[in-house]
Write a protein that binds this ligand. Structure first.
Ligand SMILES: [Fe+2]
Length: 329
């Protein structure tokens, strides 16, 4: 059994854009826990994070109007996500699984319950959802802790003569998430260059907590109610009490016609570089080191940028809204 953010686990990201309004957050806190309980009843489920976008990295003015935190402060966002000025807001929900099939199976087996719960949220959705599924190809992510756990974690590392881990505080950090599309045949070289870059950042950049590299396998269809007609329309003829009888997608039925994420990736391979940082400032300047630190710039230029099918990478920034990864380590 895989236990943790580790190589080989599958990670689904349910991506939607929702209206930035107090009523959306009321719905999230009312319905979110029920979705979590349903998801957790499926074998192979390992944990989740719900992330809200706070902004994007301006990349030295390439995205000059971007702000890392589009609000008065990160503290204001922690107080209430309605203090974010982005509207709509991207809500990206990670669920982590032993494999991609467990994720597809959960959506098939729990279809009626998830349908009812999701139908209760559709009136806050502006765009999406879609749900790409990734494999964690490499990761260096410390366990999630609260402040009170820090002495115990440090003590345990000393006692076992292991390196002392970075402090990764639950609900109190930022994620920088960059899409990288890689030229065919260059995937291995890209991975090596990216790992080297991330290792250098983790070793030397202040505030860099941890990272993982995700490789897109495909997209789920059933999980976002992309049902074959007429069930597509039937799903819109109810407020949630009458789920469509059919669970067929245009790719057929889970278990008979497919077991992995059925929507193909198409085009160049997509990798998401997920980094966690302790604050808006450390994130902003840390990412900028790939441009202003000569040594890192060379590693990143030759090992990462030179292999991209699309330039430049675009870094969205997120803050956790809910998360549970306590079974991970
Ligand atoms: Fe899902």
């Amino acid at each position: 059994m895989i236990q943790g953010i580790k190589k080989g686990a599958a990670l689904a990201i349910n991506k939607s854009a929702v209206v930035n309004d107090p009523s959306s957050f009321e719905k999230m806190s009312k319905i979110g826990p029920k979705v979590c309980l349903t998801t957790a009843s499926e074998p192979g489920f390992l944990g989740f994070h719900a992330f809200l976008q706070t902004g994007t990295h301006p990349l030295a003015g390439r995205y000059g109007a971007a702000q890392v935190v589009t609000a008065d402060s990160l503290e204001a966002v922690m107080e209430s996500p309605t203090n974010l000025r982005l509207n709509p807001l991207n809500l990206w929900q990670y669920t982590v699984w032993e494999d991609a099939e467990s994720h597809e199976r959960m959506h098939y087996e729990q279809f009626d319950r998830i349908f009812e719960l999701c139908a209760g949220c559709l009136d806050m959705v502006v765009d999406g959802p879609c749900e790409p599924v990734y494999t964690i190809v490499e990761a260096d992510m410390p366990r999630l802790v609260g402040l009170t756990d820090v002495p115990q974690v440090m003590g345990a590392a000393f006692a076992q003569q292991k390196p002392v881990p970075k402090v990764r505080l639950a609900m109190k950090r930022l994620v920088a998430l960059g899409e990288h599309h890689v030229m065919e045949g260059r995937e291995q070289a890209f991975l090596e260059g990216t790992i080297r870059t991330l290792e250098m950042l983790k070793e030397s950049a202040p505030g860099m907590i941890g990272w993982m590299i995700l490789e897109k396998q495909g997209e789920a269809a059933l999980s976002t109610f992309q049902l074959a007609p007429p069930a597509f329309w039937e799903s819109l003829q109810t407020l949630g009490a009458n789920p469509p009888k059919s669970r067929r997608t245009n790719y057929g039925e889970f278990g008979k016609d497919y077991t992995g994420p059925p929507i193909p990736i198409g085009g160049p391979k997509e990798y998401l570089v997920h980094m966690e940082w302790e604050s808006p400032d450390t994130l902003t300047f840390g990412l900028a080191l790939t441009g202003v630190n000569p040594e890192l710039r060379k590693v990143h230029d030759e090992g990462v940028l030179a292999h991209l099918a699309r330039l430049p990478p675009y870094y969205r920034v997120f803050a956790p809204a809910m998360e549970d990864m306590v079974f991970f380590h």
